[in-house]
Write a protein that binds this ligand. Structure first.
Ligand code: HEM
Length: 444
């Protein structure tokens, strides 16, 4: 592509230096760089030069209008090593093959399909939170991880909770944390190879089982699917899909659910409104149905605000496969680009007083997210928006519904709370909450 007249060359894109604590203040730092430099700047990150495209116009450009100039495979797959660690599932595929596989899986993630998952979500949530009261204090991040992983394993792959699922969760967790636990790239390589071998040993027999006896879940759907040439999907592809669904299906929801519960301990009025809505819709002790979950309109607002303030994915990585121009600069093919979720959510031109947790910003008449499309992008956007958005929202709402009606929650004072961004966000030292059983009579 030749450069348009007046467009500046790549070398003139402002350069910024990421601070040492970048991973602890990714959003605020990048929002400040946006304020100083505008919607495009570059920095050295992950050992590579990355161009940041920030703000709603940038998100729309990368997720919708010009999305085919960007590769998920190069971004998620190569730069973030997803292809090596988990194989190429939906997240790191490109082109027509991605679209065909996405088309295959879409129906299992439609909101109407959530009817099948709600009973198992409710059961797992009930069983897992049952012990919180007697324990008196829990790390809600750890607890949410167990719940979301059991739910993903059963709903998506038909694996029932138990020691085997616990081991799966443990292996995924170690894979995701490995970067923080090793002291050299060589150690990372050796330990990751061992974890990959273990994961492969766990999952391969499940594929063989499903091929012999297809089940009524997404794994069952994948083993019986045929590609455009009428061939079944390879074991490698099915394993990669299962891995990505299990990882993406629990890691991000864990983070968002636990920050949401924490935030409720800080906002008594918001919590009371959520509770009132729950009691009006579901009553004091019943488990919520999908229909009731869909009608939890106030909780929807709170969930949107949690997505804005605590986005579990900070940046969407891409490789540039076709030259483009954005905001007056030329970016050639071969570069890495991030659209920044965490920074977009903190721009004052889009979200009034972005530092304030205020669910009402999403209610009429303000509706800040509708006023600026592509301003709120916690689940991405465009044709490749998160496939699990309904799944995650229904699950988190069911969790909040059961937890709030059963317990009162209070944050343990003086704990250090840090949102740390690796590829996804982790509360670095957990989130400890004090839990007390509510007298049911008080709810009636
Ligand atoms: C709070 C929970 C979740 C958040 C915040 C979240 C966030 C995201 C984001 C931001 C993307 C787009 C990434 C990009 O544009 O580069 C994405 C894609 C994806 N998510 Fe989620 N996600 C969540 C839950 C889930 C769940 C529950 C599942 C599966 C059950 C899932 C599966 C996927 C998959 C497969 C993709 C890739 C889709 C494609 O490229 O076609 N996610 N997610």
């Amino acid at each position: 592509m030749t450069m348009s007249v007046g467009v500046k060359p790549f070398e003139q894109i402002p350069v910024v230096e990421l601070p040492e604590d970048y991973q602890m203040r990714t959003g605020p730092f990048l929002a400040e760089m946006y304020r100083q430099h505008g919607p495009i700047f570059r920095a050295s990150n992950f050992g590579a030069e990355v161009v940041y495209l920030v703000g709603p116009e940038a998100n729309r450009f990368m997720l919708l209008s010009d999305r085919l100039k960007f590769s998920h495979h190069i971004g998620w797959g190569e730069m973030f090593s997803v292809s090596y660690i988990f194989g190429d599932g939906l997240l790191s595929m490109d082109g027509p093959e991605h679209d065909a596989h996405r088309h295959l899986m879409n129906p299992a993630f439609a909101i109407s399909y959530m009817d099948r998952y709600v009973p198992l979500m409710n059961r797992i949530i009930r069983e897992r939170i049952a012990t919180w009261g007697e324990r008196g204090e829990v790390d809600v991040y750890e607890e949410a991880r167990k719940i979301t992983f059991d739910v993903a394993a059963e709903a998506l792959t038909g694996l029932r909770a138990g020691p085997e699922v616990d081991r799966f969760r443990e292996v995924f967790s170690q894979m995701l944390m490995l970067g923080m636990m090793v002291s050299s790239p060589e150690e990372w390589d050796t330990r990751m190879a061992a974890l990959r071998a273990e994961l492969d040993g766990l999952i391969r027999p499940k594929i063989a089982e499903r091929r012999a006896h297809p089940t009524d879940d997404i794994l069952g759907l994948l083993v019986t699917a045929k590609d455009a040439a009428g061939q079944p999907l390879s074991d490698e592809r099915i394993i990669a899909h299962a891995n990505i669904l299990l990882v993406a299906g629990h890691e991000t929801s864990t983070s968002l659910a636990s920050w949401l519960l924490y935030q409720l301990t800080q906002q008594p009025e918001v919590t009371q409104r959520v509770l009132d809505e729950q009691l009006a819709l579901v009553g004091p002790t019943a488990e919520p149905t999908l229909d009731q979950i869909k009608r939890m309109k106030y909780l929807d607002l709170v969930l949107l605000e949690a997505e804005r303030v605590y986005p579990p994915v900070s940046n969407g990585p891409r490789g540039v496969v076709e030259d483009f121009e954005f905001a007056g600069y030329h970016v050639p093919a071969g570069k890495y680009v991030f659209y920044s979720i965490a920074a977009s959510h903190l721009l004052p031109a889009v979200f009034a007083q972005p530092e304030v947790f205020d669910p009402e910003r999403f209610a009429a008449p303000r509706e800040e997210h509708k006023r600026t499309p592509y301003g709120l992008v916690g689940f991405g956007g465009g044709p490749r928006v998160c496939i699990g958005i309904n799944f995650a929202k229904v699950e988190i709402k069911a969790l909040v519904s059961q937890t709030l009606r059963r317990y009162t929650l209070e944050a343990v004072p003086d704990q250090t709370l840090v949102q740390f961004y690796r590829v996804t966000a982790v509360p670095l030292y957990g989130i400890r909450l004090r839990v007390r059983e509510r007298a049911t009579a008080a709810l009636e």
